[in-house]
Design a protein around this ligand. Structure first.
Ligand code: ADP
Ligand code: MG
Length: 463
């Protein structure tokens, strides 16, 4: 650090550097190369808008420049309160042993037995249990057609629509149907999030070839919630997706993609990918009309062997409009309350059960306010701190977990969640979600904590 003291402004730079690296550490994977090498960097100099940063060797300098350069510049600009660029150099006079990459700081998570597997198909998500109405008729017909002749006319099939409207149900129904009709075809259903995790795993374990090989064997590829891939900063996941997509598409395999928004609104880096999506059939699922909502409630009541009077079905269908998951949750709540209290299911009961129903709460009635309060309590921070601009790790982690829970358990739009935490950009929420997923995967104690918070939210108790 002798370098620093000789230069004016060095203290400012050092201070800004400390802040920026804390910020950065929360934004890169701690066991990624960037995360491991970050502590080896040293800020050397700042002239005008260029900050010179030294890495121990040329390899790290090159790698970090391309993988971390922009993000580091962002964080430094934030900390310095003016915009800077970062220039990487090799540490002057760095001793030879520093040329060796450092050992990973963390023990890697236990290896899963079979890597790059698809997510399971749930038995209940079949075409039989899917109620068809005006809002989903076209999507349903397209899904049936893709299942009966995979790789045929509707390829790729792109299904988009809001949360809880049946995208996953339809995707999985295609999977089941293909398996029944064409038992020899290999079906892979995978969520965007799992795909992303697979790519990270393949990179970390240097198994990109195995990864590509695995997905190239697929006959019917069902990728659910593609927006999670598209919103990922950094192009690697998207590039891998593009690669697999092309290989399968050219091989005439069926590809079905779901998303919460149409292709033109996806944050894709690769424009060609967007046009590939648009080349096939795009269908949307709209919120169900009342008739469909009633039909879904009736079907669900039947599957639960519950006798529900028509006017109660009517009441619930009026009360819960936008989301089928919430609709089912409301019904279950009514049936459950009746069985606990030993009372009849009537409109009065439905009213009592649902009067505090908030559109933004999910089937469990988990609200954003409850999430904020619980996370704050659990981490020993205040709700104000959760929504502050402070980027220290002790706040960043709970903040990200709170956003993740809000995304997972409420129907609030991303923008609204972002603004609740005083963030301008909704991609902050998406970033928080993927970060939390990563933390859950790599750190069992975080996973346990998130589960514990969720349980308590469900029960409406305090920590
Ligand atoms: P999305 O993936 O769009 O968020 P899901 O497919 O998970 O939504 O659907 C949420 C819940 O609503 C699931 O339990 C699903 O079975 C149910 N559901 C959605 N659409 C229908 C439908 N048309 N008929 C019956 N159940 C449906
Ligand atoms: Mg879904």
């Amino acid at each position: 650090m002798e370098y620093m003291s000789q230069r004016s402004g060095a203290v400012d730079l050092q201070e800004a550097w400390s802040k920026a690296t804390v910020d950065l550490q929360s934004r890169v994977l701690s066991d990624s190369a960037a995360g491991i090498w970050l502590p080896n960097l040293e800020p050397i100099d700042m002239r005008g808008d260029v900050v010179t940063v030294a890495a121990p060797n040329a390899y790290q300098a090159r790698y970090l420049e391309s993988h971390l350069g922009d993000l580091l510049a962002d964080c430094l600009s934030d900390a310095l309160k003016h915009s800077v660029r970062v220039s990487f150099i090799v540490m002057p006079g760095s001793p030879a042993q520093r040329l060796e990459p450092p050992q990973p700081l963390r023990v890697p998570p236990p290896r899963r037995k079979e890597e790059f597997v698809s997510s399971p198909l749930l038995g209940k998500y079949t075409f039989d249990s899917f109620v068809v109405g005006a809002s989903n008729r076209v999507a349903h017909a397209a899904a049936l057609s893709a299942a009966s002749s995979p790789g045929g006319t509707y390829n790729p099939l792109f299904i988009y629509g809001g949360v809880g409207l049946g995208k996953t149900h339809l995707m999985q129904a295609i999977g089941h149907d293909v398996k029944t009709r064409h038992p020899r075809l290999e079906v892979v259903y995978i969520s965007g999030e799992a795909f992303l995790q697979n790519v990270l795993l393949a990179i970390r374990e240097n198994k990109m070839d195995a990864f590509r090989e695995r997905f190239r064997r697929v006959d019917v590829w069902l990728v659910d919630d593609i927006q999670l891939i598209a919103s990922r900063e950094g192009t690697r996941t998207e590039a891998e997706f593009f690669f697999t997509f092309n290989a399968l598409y050219q091989g005439g395999r069926q590809i079905v993609i779901s998303s919460d928004k149409p292709p033109k609104e996806l944050l894709l880096i690769e424009d060609r990918l967007r046009s590939r999506f648009e080349m096939g059939l795009m269908v949307d699922i709209a919120p169900p009309d009342k008739e469909t909502r009633m039909a879904i409630l009736e079907q669900r009541a039947e599957s639960l062997s519950a006798q529900i009077p028509g006017e109660v079905i009517d009441y619930i269908a009026d009360k819960v409009e936008s989301n089928i998951r919430a609709l089912e949750g409301a019904l279950v709540r009514v049936i459950y309350t009746a069985s606990i209290d030993g009372c009849a299911i009537d409109v009065g009961l439905a009213h009592r059960c649902l009067e505090d129903y908030r559109r933004e709460g999910d089937a469990n009635g988990i609200t954003l306010d409850a999430i904020k309060a619980m996370v704050a309590e659990c981490f020993g921070v205040t709700e104000v701190q959760l929504a502050s601009q402070q980027r220290i790790r002790s706040l960043v982690v709970p903040r990200q977990i709170a956003m993740y829970l809000a995304r997972k358990h409420t129907d609030l739009p991303l923008q609204r969640i972002a603004s609740e935490f005083k963030r301008h950009n909704h991609t902050t929420v998406l970033h928080a979600c993927s970060r939390t997923e990563q933390m859950i995967q790599s750190d069992p104690s975080i996973g346990a904590l998130v589960t514990q918070i969720t349980d308590k939210l469900r029960r409406g108790s305090t920590m």
